[in-house]
Write a new protein. Structure first.
Lengths: 211, 180
């Protein structure tokens, strides 16, 4: 594929099959998640984390990121916090998870507390709404880009396209809760993608025959 | 004061582990408890606090402000402590859950089913992201300038390696300067 510059950036990246490609220091994690926490205005955050952790840093593969994202969404809690804790643990174990959680929560905690005090002191809403109008628009762009990038990795055949559409329809039109959609569709998808060395052999045979 | 801390801890711990599908699901319950059950704030205040909280961080930062308001009568220092208690109670339990499941998941790496599940989750995850992008777009693109900003961001993400931090800070600046 053309757009995989991350391989060139990190020499260890091709070996991603066996765990994180390059293990960052704890301070790198503090800086990474702190920066995200500090600039995570108005949603679209998962796309943002993916771009930095997968594309730029090469800490995880897309497969690892998106499957973790699905797992996080089955569990309760904020998606962004969940994926941060997962990445922290994936890279640096228990301490990494702890650092990720603290780092991503501290900047917004301080900011929100200050705004809260201002609100109770002056009794009026600040113009956070004006600030957010453009930011949420950009967040849309980030999310939409992730649809393309996830889709590129996800689609291996017609089945995957059907799954994408089914998931979308159940959530949007069926108004089904995310975790039920996952619990409903995941078994089907897992069965479809089940480990099957024999079937692959058959597939290869067919290819051979086709030649 | 201790009693308020206790209430905050109990309330948000329960909400934390029942927020299936993200934080927004428990928002009505939180409002009901903060306003009607514990009388920490008025309905309007809750709505205002939610409006403030979405400026930065994960979707459930409103809990920080609920903790802050609940303890505000005991002074500023206690209020910050209350905000901390509420935030920890809301985000720690669900994080521990993710940690446990995540560790189990990573340990499973050698298993052939690991790759199957990973591959199977990709299209589902893509569908969910599509749905999320759809919702954000519906709620936030309602003028030509915002539509242009969204499209520019999409283009920059797809065709350049620009850091999204720069995009977001630029968007905040543009928004503050022109869309007010």
């Amino acid at each position: 594929m053309e757009n995989q510059p991350e391989v060139a950036v990190s020499p260890v990246a091709p070996q991603t099959e066996t765990g994180p490609a390059n293990v960052p220091s704890i301070w790198e994690l503090v800086f990474f998640f702190g920066l995200i926490g500090l600039t995570s205005f108005g949603g679209g955050l998962t796309a943002y984390i993916r771009r930095l952790a997968v594309t730029q840093k090469g800490w995880l593969t897309d497969e690892e990121f998106f499957s973790a994202l699905a797992i996080v969404q089955i569990l309760p809690g904020a998606r962004v916090v969940g994926i941060s804790v997962y990445i922290g643990n994936h890279l640096r174990g228990l301490f990494g998870a702890f650092v990720a959680l603290i780092s991503i929560m501290t900047p917004p905690f301080i900011l929100v507390c200050i705004l809260g005090f201002l609100y109770f002191h002056f009794g009026e809403n600040t113009d956070s709404k004006a600030l957010l109008a453009g930011v949420t628009a950009v967040a849309c762009g980030l999310m939409a880009s992730m649809v393309f990038e996830a889709g590129q990795k996800a689609i291996k055949g017609i089945f995957d396209i059907v799954m994408i559409i089914m998931t979308f329809l159940l959530v949007r039109l069926g108004h089904m809760h995310v975790q039920y959609v996952i619990l409903l569709l995941a078994p089907v998808a897992i069965w479809w993608h089940r480990p099957r060395p024999k079937m692959e052999a058959v597939g290869d045979q067919k290819k051979e025959e086709a030649r | 004061m201790i009693k308020t801390f206790g209430h905050l801890t109990a309330m948000f711990t329960i909400l934390s582990v029942s927020a299936f599908g993200g934080g927004k699901v428990v928002l009505p319950t939180m409002q009901q408890q903060a306003v009607n059950q514990f009388h920490w704030m008025s309905n309007q205040q809750f709505v205002d606090l939610y409006g403030i909280s979405i400026i930065d961080g994960p979707s459930m930062m409103v809990v920080t402000l609920v903790g802050l308001k609940a303890c505000l009568e005991y002074g500023y220092l206690i209020a910050i402590l209350g905000a901390l208690v509420a935030t920890v109670a809301m985000f720690l339990p669900s994080s521990i859950l993710v940690l446990i499941v995540g560790r189990f998941w990573d340990k499973w790496h050698e298993n052939p089913w690991h790759d199957s599940i990973q591959q199977a989750m990709m299209p589902i995850s893509t569908g969910l992201i599509l749905a999320a992008a759809w919702i954000i777009t519906k709620h936030s693109i309602h003028s030509i300038p915002t539509a242009i900003m969204g499209l520019v961001a999409l283009g920059l993400m797809l065709f350049t390696k620009l850091n999204p931090v720069i995009m977001i800070v630029a968007a905040a600046a543009i928004s503050w300067a022109f869309l007010r």
